[in-house]
Design a protein around this ligand. Sequence first.
Ligand code: UTP
Length: 291
Amino acid sequence: MNKLKKAIIPAAGLGTRFLPITKVIPKPMLSVLDKPTIQYIIEELKDADIEEIIVVVSPNSDIIKNHFGKNEQLEQRLLSDGKQSLYEIAKETYKPNIKFVVQETANGLAGAILCAEPYVKDQPFALLLGDELLVADKGQKSCMKKLTEIYENTGKSVIATMEVFGDDVSKYGNLGIGNEQDGVMTVTDILEKPSVNEALSNNAIIGRYVISGEVMQLLKTLKPHGNEIYLTDALEHLAKKGQLLATCIEDDRYDVGDKFGYIRANVEMALKSKEIGEETKEYIKNLAKTL
Ligand code: UTP
């Protein structure tokens, strides 16, 4: 079996769609209810049993490192005040297994991946975009768990996809789809954000991947588009060789780096919350009457 051990979370983008908060706070630290998005992503990796995590950060973004570091004073205080459950919550965020690498210049997703090369070398890796939240139904496997299982059974790279329609097709990488078996599709081609007419299918690439080791070297050989190299160019290479798979994910997906995506994430997670779900529901019902 091909055991997947490593994961990269790029978290070094400029987040220009969410200024001014992203001037100092990286998008993956934007909070959905009481937790930063990146913490949900770390939990998704735990479900997939992947423990070697590399987070790519921008210069001066100690806030992410600090969140996953230890806060001795806070923990001691909660313990001495007898606030055991709050202590557990604070302790839970201490993740000494996470490694951080700095992307000095935000030159795109592929550039961020290349920064993690010293830790990944030629090994396969999971890639989880730091501003995308995927929530599986209760009792269901996480998206990353599903992708990991497909990779471990086939040894091929695999992309999570969702169906999108109308103008939304042009907002995402787009997949040409070949054979399908047991929910696993062969990818024949990839287009980066095509026009509606050019699109190969309704299958959009979402922010979860398992990528084979050869891609790291491949990225170095690609021709840039302006200053950026495209991950999709490397993935297209794999597709042409029949080495790229995709699977449809039906989880709730939120682009937390987009203002409306962020609001949806907070409202829907609040509705699901044990603590404030009921009052949120009442509030929304009453509010709706006034709209
Ligand atoms: P996006 O393209 O959504 O992020 O990257 P962005 O460029 O920060 O956002 P806008 O469009 O300006 O608002 C998806 C993920 O890749 C990371 C981002 O932090 C995000 O988690 N990323 C992007 C990097 O790590 N480095 C980059 O150079 C670009």
